[in-house]
Design a protein. Structure first.
Length: 334
């Protein structure tokens, strides 16, 4: 005998159905190399289904119902990275399912274009109905293709559908997902200037990639101890045997608290970090100070022996005077 917990989505249908039919039945779908088969169940409750085990193949309960199927929905945003001042986004409307969202991320990574994920609350405020039409609206108006879609669970589809949003100029705007029948807003978000990057990113990416490859070649054959020593100290032969000391973690966290919220802009425009570095930091979903600290640590790892207070002062010369003051204090401590 074996029991399985009914997935949360199926549990919703179960409650709906038991209101109408207390004697409802289930069957269990078995999938293996020889094909698929359906087996009768022994018993069920509001949370479990029981059946006699005939094999250890992947299995799952099958519920036959004429009721409408609803899904917890999520809206996932990606911005295309290019040197043009215009804005181009991919908007994915998906079931709020971890596996499906990972599939979307893989699809974006394998695209011929480069994208950065835009962090906005993704969860829809109303369940999405299978087969119902939804419209994406932009304020101010943008080019949206297609403007409306029929929602389906695309978990098993290889190609993940998306909506393209295009604006000629990089302005702040709102996106709204509206249910067409009721005109009810099921999801909305405001995209601000700080959510994307307004610099020549392709040039920066190319430069960062070249520098990163060169550094990896230089350090790839060194033992771990040698790499560590090289990062910590490096002799400056331009004015004698003067040793340059790297910034400490205590200094970096002090500086991180002064950098403010626009760490993504600083990471790309000032510190020339890679998009993959930024994605790694964003995925941790920490507060702003920790994001700033991790950004500075990424810069330190990239610069190795050149990650000194002098060099960081030069990199952040266009940032606030308060930040410059902190760095000047580090220089005076030497």
């Amino acid at each position: 005998m074996c029991a399985t917990r009914v997935p949360p989505r199926a549990l919703i249908y179960l409650h709906i159905l038991t209101d109408h039919d207390a004697n409802m039945t289930f069957k269990v779908l078995h999938v293996n190399s020889s094909g698929a088969s359906l087996e009768s169940t022994v018993d069920h409750s509001t949370t479990h289904v029981r059946w006699h085990v005939s094999s250890l193949s992947p299995v799952g309960p099958v519920i036959q119902s004429e009721e409408t199927v609803y899904h917890h929905g999520a809206v996932i945003l990606y911005k295309a990275i290019d040197p043009n001042p215009s804005l181009s986004f991919r908007v994915y409307i998906a079931t709020n399912n971890e596996s499906f969202i990972k599939d979307i991320s893989k699809s974006v990574k394998h695209s011929s274009k480069k994208f950065m994920k835009i962090d906005k609350p993704p969860v829809c405020q109303k369940l999405l109905q299978n087969g119902k039409k939804y419209r994406l609206i932009s304020e101010p108006e943008a080019e949206i293709t297609p403007e409306e879609i029929e929602f389906v669970d695309g978990s098993l589809l290889k190609l993940k559908s998306y909506i393209e949003v295009y604006l000629e100029q990089p302005v702040e705007f709102k996106l709204l997902l509206v249910e067409m029948d009721s005109e009810e807003i099921v999801w909305k978000a405001k995209l601000r200037e700080c959510d994307w990057v307004q610099h020549d990113q392709n040039q920066n990416i190319s430069k960062r990639t070249t520098n990163g490859n060169r550094r990896r070649k230089m350090t790839g054959s060194l033992p771990d101890e040698d790499v560590y020593d090289k990062r910590m100290k490096q002799v400056d032969t331009s004015d004698g045997a003067k040793t340059r000391t790297l910034l400490t973690d205590a200094q970096l966290i002090t500086l991180a608290a002064k950098l403010g919220k626009e760490w993504i802009k600083i990471a790309i425009a000032n510190l020339e970090l890679e998009i993959s570095d930024i994605d790694d930091i964003r995925e941790k979903k920490e507060d702003v100070t920790m994001c700033n600290f991790r950004m500075l640590k990424k810069w330190q790892e990239k610069e190795q022996g050149n990650a000194t207070a002098e060099n960081l002062y030069k990199c952040l010369k266009n940032v606030s005077g308060e930040v410059q003051g902190v760095l000047k204090g580090f220089l005076q401590e030497r």
